[in-house]
Design a protein. Sequence first.
Length: 472
Amino acid sequence: MSHSTHLTFLQYVLGQELPRRIADTAILAIAANAVAHYVFHANLSDAAPVHMVLLYFCCVLAFMLFSKLDLYNAWPERPASATFIRLAASWALVLILGIFMSRMVHGIGRISHHWLLYWYLTSMVLLLLYRFASHVALTRMRKQGFNFKRVIIVGYGETGQEMHRRALQQPWIGYEVNAVVGSAEQTENLQDANIARINKLEDIHAYVSANQIDEIWITLPMSAAAQLRPLQIHLRNTLVDIRWVPDTMAIQMISRRMTNFLGTPTVELNRPAPSGARGICKHLLDKVFALVALTALTPLFVAIGVAIKISSPGPVFFKQVRLGLNGKKFMIYKFRSMKLHQEHNKVTQATQGDPRITRIGQFLRRTSLDELPQFINVLLGDMSVIGPRPHAMQHNQMYEELLDLYMVRHRVKPGITGWAQIHGHRGETDTLEKMETRVQFDLHYIQNWSFLMDFRILLWTAFKGWSGKTAY
């Protein structure tokens, strides 16, 4: 096997997802056995059977879940701290699930806590070292010029420029843009003099043959659809890989996932991330969490109810119609924090020093304890623990005309807390800019949702998210 072939194989092992998933699984198995020699002074197979069962479950879960937890996509772009946190949380989740599944097997003994702790820490070190070594090795190989793929980008609009930017930011992936096809206006900001400008579609084939091009990326905008047929004719005899990157950036929707529908590749534009099997899991976890929370918080509910009754006449709970999943109306529950009053065809948001707010209401709103009855809404299936906060009906009617994609918030269940809230965007929205910022955070959550993201929001809310300067 030649030196070049060795490098190509090594690059595949270090850079592709499947071999990296296999490598991560092997690292967990190696670490488990190494720690067993330190703790038990014997092979892992000689310890209590539960340890081998746990190792089996964790290896299977890691192979399946690490990819779902986004440990492989664009990880080198993240800061080292973000990589560490994501990896630590993902490995902890796999370990917890593995322990739970192991406990389901009867009569297999007790897990050694020392072995468990050392296994977790040793695996973390080895997983991080593997990622660091892979990144260094791939970067060095690319800098030496091994196995670079030379690319032409056809269509240098927003999508083409974004693809070029990503190729430059991730040199270890090995794509080098040699030429672009676009209008003078599109290419005027192209700084690299080594990148050729091809003005006509019919010149692409000749350039490919003369410059040893490996791939062509077609990133034409939707407005240039008429050029696709002539382009196909010009490239019919061009013997290189051709990728078509649909110009989904021109359409502002919440997803751009490619799927197979009725045997035809399609792009789903309005499908939220928490859907399908993962959406079902999120729904079940919501129900369990809400049931546990309501049971644990019963004494607090009673105490708050008594305080509300003493502070002012009226009911303990406040109810109001809100929009839920896909615009379905439901009745939201809160602890009443205001004196009884009437509003006609409008909703007046609470402001600082609002005379309508009772003394106990000020405390409830400042600490967000007035939101706790919404666990009832979660149990009923109208809300989720984590999601965009539901707004008053009048606000929905006003902002759906003022803000693009405002109503897309309702493609998922509203939540008790959310991505916007832990970033300080809660309380009064007295300007359009405040609401626009909140909506942007909500859309980021809908587009990038994961169980890990929900866990992060939950932790942040528990420790920091119950109060804020704008909560009054």
